[in-house]
Design a protein around this ligand. Structure first.
Ligand SMILES: [Zn+2]
Length: 527
């Protein structure tokens, strides 16, 4: 008789397995799920050495998979000061003072969240308020909306902003004292770019520490696997170091084509053998982003500029690169945001699919944000996976004003998830953290309780599938994870409440109580 190492009993198990939708209990041995069934069935697999989790009716779902996250950027954000609760300049100074006491001189200090409307007499802070506390560290503090920044004198010096340069820059981007003409320390608009040109990239040691913290936060959010959108070679080299540190998070690295070609393609190793780290996708940018109007469109943006965005690839270059990726044994990840870019991607894919050896390749379209009926018909039945970041959908409509910028006829076809699912196109879900919140339930709520073109809302089960079984399929791992089934790896997330029985505008408040990776309890809120 094979007894379980770990058993979860008396629960509400949402399996995401279409053959057996719900169960009461799970038995785990050697990292794998050995039985999913009733309490009675599982109790027969329990002996004295079995560890038991009494679920007391709580809900269990497969470990969540975040299919699009920028871990290094997220780690760097965790180090930022949170100024949202400041009620005065003095409060800001207190938080800064505390940080200074733990920071070596010359190191940059970043923060965000202040709002002068919360301050006494709406007093606007200036660089001297920071200089008294931080004379030796450059300090950059974004306001709540992120469109404006307070910096100290040290930061201004490093940015090379002096009274000479101020005159050269537009008056509204670097604020000046009305009497002396000196910069006040408030920067806006284009001047914010100067900051990012000056802040040095973190070194390997810092980056390792920051990404380690980020991974722990990710696990705490109930996420057991991530698709890590790598931005630099250094970031890529960190992943193996994190694994040496024993981070259990399963990592599928997605690497920009140029970095892969230059620095990684020749390396024989594609990751680790134990399924916890793999170089999987190679990303090609076909166009830019809607938010800065660089996504490539058939017809101009609605701003009177006649601009149709930017295409970074020709048909030939794209086809050559995609073939190279597939022949090297990796997955093509094609960033295509505008309809014109999506068409270019489809053209390359159609050409590839004519070769029988490529017909089973799972190709991933990143975003495919603006699409139309013709493109949707060309997408289906081609093993194309569309990677969606649900919180981005909301931001495109709400913050970017997609309806104004595209016109409502086109905006109607911006992320039409219901239509895509009806056409049997496979969707996967990611956070795009730190640009958007990490919490997967926040993303799920955005597409179930969709505010813009609500006819494109999807069901909760469909949304959970995007973060579980569909995400597993997208990396050829659907036999291994993504649902709670016998034989699969025991990656599980225990929730405070059943998301299927609460109002859809409350989904974001679902809390993760426990995260289990490969049968090990990695995070437990209750202890
Ligand atoms: Zn992203």
């Amino acid at each position: 008789m094979m007894y379980a190492d770990l058993a979860l009993i008396n629960g509400n198990i949402i399996t995401m397995d279409s053959k057996k939708l719900r169960a009461q209990a799970i038995a785990i041995k050697n990292q794998r799920i050995i039985k999913v069934g009733t309490n009675n069935q599982i109790s027969q697999l329990i002996n004295d050495s079995t560890k038991i989790i009494q679920l007391e009716g709580r809900t269990v779902i497969p470990g969540l998979i975040d299919t699009h996250i920028h871990v290094a950027a997220f780690g760097r954000h965790l180090d930022w000061l949170d100024l949202t609760d400041c009620k005065s300049i003095k409060d800001m100074q207190t938080i800064l003072k505390n940080k200074i006491s733990q920071t070596i001189p010359n190191k940059w200090i970043l923060g965000r969240g202040w709002n002068e409307k919360n301050f006494q007499k709406n007093q606007f802070p200036n660089r001297y308020d920071l200089d008294t506390i931080a004379p030796n560290n450059p300090v950059v503090l974004y306001n709540q909306s992120g469109n404006l920044c307070l910096v100290n004198t040290e930061a201004l010096c490093l940015m090379n902003i002096n009274s000479q340069k101020v005159k050269l820059l537009k008056e509204n981007t670097i604020k000046r004292d009305l009497i002396t003409g000196d910069p006040t320390g408030i920067l806006e608009g284009k001047a914010l770019d100067l900051i990012w040109d000056s802040i040095p990239e973190p070194d390997q040691k810092d980056l390792l520490e920051l990404t380690h913290c980020a991974c722990l936060k990710i696990l705490k959010a109930g996420i057991t696997s991530i698709h890590w959108m790598v931005l630099s070679y250094l970031e890529f080299s960190i992943i193996k170091k994190l694994k040496e540190k024993g981070i259990p998070l399963r990592i599928y690295a997605i690497i920009p084509f140029e970095i892969w070609k230059k620095e990684i393609k020749q390396t024989p190793s594609h990751g680790l053998k134990n399924n916890t780290f793999k170089i999987g996708g190679i990303e090609i940018a076909i166009d830019g982003y809607l938010a800065n109007k660089t996504a490539a469109l058939f017809k101009p943006y609605n701003d009177g500029s006649y601009s149709t965005g930017n295409l970074f690839q020709s048909s030939q270059s794209l086809y050559a690169s995609v073939s190279d990726i597939i022949q090297s044994g990796f997955q093509p990840v094609l960033h295509a945001m505008g309809d014109k870019a999506v068409e270019l991607a489809l053209e390359a894919i159609e050409k590839l699919m004519k070769k029988t050896e490529h017909q089973n390749t799972r190709i991933r379209l990143e975003q495919a944000a603006l699409i139309n009926k013709n493109l949707i018909d060309r997408t289906k039945n081609k093993k194309i996976i569309i990677s969606v970041q649900p919180c981005v959908i909301n931001s495109e409509f709400k913050t970017w004003n997609a309806i104004d910028n595209l016109g409502s006829n086109r905006a109607r076809w911006l992320f039409p998830l219901r239509t895509l699912i009806n056409k049997k196109i496979l969707l996967i879900g990611g956070s795009d953290c730190p640009m958007e919140p990490l919490n997967p339930f926040q993303g799920i709520q955005k597409i179930v309780d969709r505010k813009f073109f609500p006819e494109e809302s999807i069901t909760l089960t469909e949304a959970i599938a995007m973060y579980t079984i569909n995400a597993a399929y997208s990396t050829n791992e659907e036999k291994y994870k993504g649902s709670i089934e016998e034989g699969k790896i025991a990656d599980l997330t225990i929730l405070s409440i059943d998301p299927t029985v609460i109002p859809s505008n409350n989904i974001k408040n679902v809390e993760v109580e426990t995260t289990i990776v490969g049968g090990e309890i990695i995070y437990n809120k209750r202890v």
